[in-house]
Design a protein around this ligand. Structure first.
Ligand SMILES: Cc1cc2nc3c(=O)[nH]c(=O)nc-3n(C[C@H](O)[C@H](O)[C@H](O)COP(=O)(O)OP(=O)(O)OC[C@H]3O[C@@H](n4cnc5c(N)ncnc54)[C@H](O)[C@@H]3O)c2cc1C
Length: 386
């Protein structure tokens, strides 16, 4: 019966997890997505020419320290352990570890330091004392000094965010671990893996439930509100309101797919490298170096590579990927106006990255949507007082 049916807009992690949890508790759920595939930005598929698995919206590495999130998702997938390491290609110095560690400092300054104390002593000569840490530049310079800050953070920020480091809040960098040894794992979580058969296979299983009706290629329309018991939306909140308070700032990414000769790794010692040359490309991915699942087509002589070229997202034209949280708080204040209006609506809940204008990793979206589902069902939520 349509009146009791719940509508979920978006078949990415936010929408699909919510839909499955509601369906598991006996609810009937209609899931729509304007794309022709589920999985949202985690969608992957085999490259038809070469048979390598490609994440269509950039490499997605699953990482979490939440056993509950792993257990919940493991109903739909087995996992291939994978520990992500990132290298930055630095002019004249080759590939150096990111986040910055002892080896990065040695490679950059041409030193042979071996201890945290030696690294501290060297950086102390370069650190800039900022009495108050307000911006991301203040933060980075106070730890690494001007040269490392310019090369590893300022250039990347210009290309990635289209902004100077001085215009970004310190919080964009203070999330990164500060390493004083040679550890080079990108994430610190206890669980790091890729779904054994890929993300799309995981989503197919998650959405395969008699209580879930999936409609791909279907965009949200306001007329849908009246015919559903409750509507959960992972679409951009400003789009829902017709942008009438203003446009929330997002960065888009253009994915430039190409091919490279098999065997010629062009310097890739890890699957994804960051470029620091200040050019338009932030990251380059060599898909064969991820664990797959790959089903290589013999004899093609090539394998897929993808460059990421960030730019400002134009509403209605580009996919909106990264919410921009600038130091002046502009986007945040605008979001709060939309959020207040959304809260005044009956039977409407915004979820996920674009619904709540927050950068979420996948495990965070999963945990958030499980919480939203349980609250809707009147069930206790872990970590909340009953
Ligand atoms: C380049 C990139 C790399 C990333 N790498 C990682 C990583 O390594 N590890 C990690 O944990 N996270 C990563 N993330 C974050 C991850 O993509 C998000 O956590 C996740 O996609 C959020 O899920 P979501 O459902 O909120 O949003 P999405 O995945 O964007 O799903 C939203 C869905 O809603 C649909 N939709 C939007 N508007 C409408 C509408 N009007 N009508 C119908 N459907 C609509 C969209 O088509 C989309 O399918 C990365 C993100 C990006 C952009």
């Amino acid at each position: 019966m349509a009146g009791d049916e719940i509508l979920v807009v978006g078949a990415g992690f936010a929408g699909a997890v919510l839909a499955r949890e509601l369906a598991d508790h006996g609810r009937t759920v209609r899931v729509i997505d304007r794309r022709d595939a589920s999985g949202g930005n985690a969608h992957d598929s085999l490259d038809p020419r070469t048979g390598y698995m490609v994440h269509r919206y950039g490499p997605h590495i699953f990482h979490t320290s939440s056993g509950a999130v792993v257990d919940w998702l493991s109903r739909f997938t087995a996992w291939t352990p994978y520990r992500h390491r990132v290298r930055a290609l630095v002019d004249g110095r080759g590939l150096l570890p990111v986040p910055i560690n002892l080896d990065t400092v040695n490679g950059f300054f041409g030193t042979t330091l071996r201890t945290a104390a030696e690294m501290d002593a060297l950086l102390a000569q370069h650190r800039v004392a900022h009495p108050v840490i307000r911006t991301a530049r203040d933060y980075a310079e106070s730890i690494y000094g001007r040269d490392l800050t310019e090369l590893f953070f300022a250039r990347y920020t210009r290309t990635m965010w289209g902004r100077e480091l001085d215009a970004m809040p310190a919080s964009v960098l203070s999330r990164l671990p500060v390493r004083r040894d040679s550890r080079d794992g990108y994430f610190e979580d206890s669980f790091q893996a890729l779904p054994e058969q890929g993300y799309s296979a995981l989503f197919r299983r998650m959405l395969d439930h008699p209580g879930i009706r999936l409609e791909l290629g279907t965009a949200f329309a306001h007329a849908m509100l009246a015919s559903h018991g409750h509507v959960f939306l992972s679409m951009p909140i400003d789009e829902f309101f017709g942008y009438d308070e203003g446009v929330l700032p997002y960065r888009a990414v253009r994915f430039r797919d190409g091919y490279a000769p098999v065997g010629d790794l062009a310097g890739h010692t890890v699957p994804t490298i960051n470029l620091t040359d200040g050019g338009p490309v932030t990251r380059r991915t060599r898909w064969s170096l991820y664990p797959g699942p790959h089903h290589p087509v013999p004899g093609t002589g090539v394998e897929p590579v993808t460059d990421e070229l960030p730019g400002e997202a134009r509403p209605g034209e580009d996919e909106r990927f990264y919410p921009v949280h600038a130091a002046d708080g502009g986007g945040e204040a605008l979001y709060r106006r939309y959020h207040a209006r959304a809260q005044a609506l009956q039977g409407v809940t915004f979820i996920g990255r674009c619904g709540t204008f927050r950068y979420f990793d996948m495990h965070q979206v999963v945990a958030a949507s499980l919480g939203v589902a349980r609250r809707h069902l009147g069930l206790p939520v872990a970590g909340e007082a009953g």
